[in-house]
Unconditional design. Structure first.
Length: 351
């Protein structure tokens, strides 16, 4: 990366940290591991110092991929988890934690402890051009927070599609997640960039059918669906995976390979609100370059997720996010999205 690119990234990180209300004298912890983007470590340390923060860098050991099953736990993350557990006290004393790890610490049990101490936490993984193109905006935050307010006022969420999806769940008093790309509140995590709202439905309340159609996306496969896959959901768990193509075979095999019944649990549900995020971006990057938050955030998608739920103390390592196109989403029978187009007047963006 040449001097001009380095300077540009440094300035971009400063803009982001200002959105996070980083103040002189605050403590910033930068967490990375082998494989993290070295330029992001440099930009994070430099930008935080330039804003007057006191900064330290925590380097975690190299680990195996967390989304690959049947690797011995001591090899698959034990070293990182041991180091992270040892460093929790220091991270809890930080005002802002910058997570630059390869897959993020979002599902690490220690994350809740760090946030509970009041630290703000920001994950940064995506390539520089995605950070630029999907840079956070106040209007995106407004729309995300309004969506969360509507979810918080609702009792049920229902999603349907012409492909055959018809899923209902109870969302009354359920935990909510807002992502708009920065964090300026104590104890709050976010991912730069992102733009979505999600809810963890009441345990056991999710019922019905989800049909992944051609063009829908499966993470961590980072793959567009090419043949329909049907999930039959009862009492919050996937009970059947039906389909004749390769995608159904991959999903059946992946779930089964964990040998963990909690892998089949339904997790968070929600929708994307970022009009700058592109559905087609997954086709434009090497899989190793991205974590895929942009395709998770694209405007009007419904995201069906499975696996962990920290609010229910479920930390299974099998976690899938599946952003779906052309769905209709209702809150208490009021349409929010119709066939992939947001129709609620407070969330509509003219593109």
């Amino acid at each position: 990366m040449g001097p001009s690119a380095s300077s540009d990234l440094f300035q971009l990180f400063q803009r982001e940290f200002r959105l996070c209300r980083l103040e002189p004298g605050e403590v910033v912890a930068v967490v990375s591991e082998s494989g993290s983007r070295a330029e992001y470590v440099e930009a994070s340390l430099g930008a935080a110092q330039a804003l007057g923060a006191r900064v330290f860098h925590l380097g975690l050991p190299k680990t195996h991929r967390q989304d690959v099953p049947f690797i011995d736990e001591a090899r698959a993350g034990g070293n990182r988890q041991s180091a992270l557990s040892t460093a929790v006290k220091a991270l809890k004393e930080a005002n802002l934690v910058i997570d630059l790890t390869v897959e993020g610490l979002i599902h690490a049990p220690e994350r809740g402890e760090i946030l509970g101490a009041g630290a703000r936490m920001l994950t940064i993984i995506e390539p520089p051009d995605v950070l630029h193109r999907c840079f956070p905006r106040e209007d995106l935050r407004r729309r995300v927070e309004r969506a969360a307010q509507l979810l918080g006022e609702s009792t049920t969420l229902r999603v349907t599609s012409d492909a055959g999806t018809d899923l209902t769940m109870t969302v009354a008093q359920a935990p909510l997640v807002t992502q708009y790309g920065y964090t300026d509140q104590r104890g709050r995590w976010d991912h730069w960039p992102s733009g979505l709202v999600a809810v963890y439905p009441q345990e056991g309340s999710t019922q019905g059918t989800v049909v992944l159609d051609v063009g829908d996306i499966v993470f961590p496969f980072k793959r567009y669906i090419e043949s329909p896959v049907e999930f039959v959901v009862r009492q919050g768990y996937i009970r059947e995976i039906n389909g004749q193509g390769l995608d159904a075979d991959l999903l059946r095999d992946y779930f089964a390979s964990w040998r963990d019944p909690e892998a089949y649990a339904t997790s968070h549900m929600g929708w994307g609100l970022d009009e700058t995020a592109r559905w087609n971006s997954l086709a434009l990057y090497d899989k190793g370059e991205i974590i895929g938050v942009e395709p998770r955030s694209f405007y009007g998608n419904f995201m069906f997720s499975t696996g962990p739920n920290r609010y229910a103390n479920r930390f299974t390592r099998c976690h899938l996010d599946m952003p779906m196109r052309r769905c209709t989403v209702y809150l208490d029978d009021r349409p929010i999205i119709e066939r992939g187009e947001i129709v609620h007047p407070e969330m509509i963006v003219t593109r």
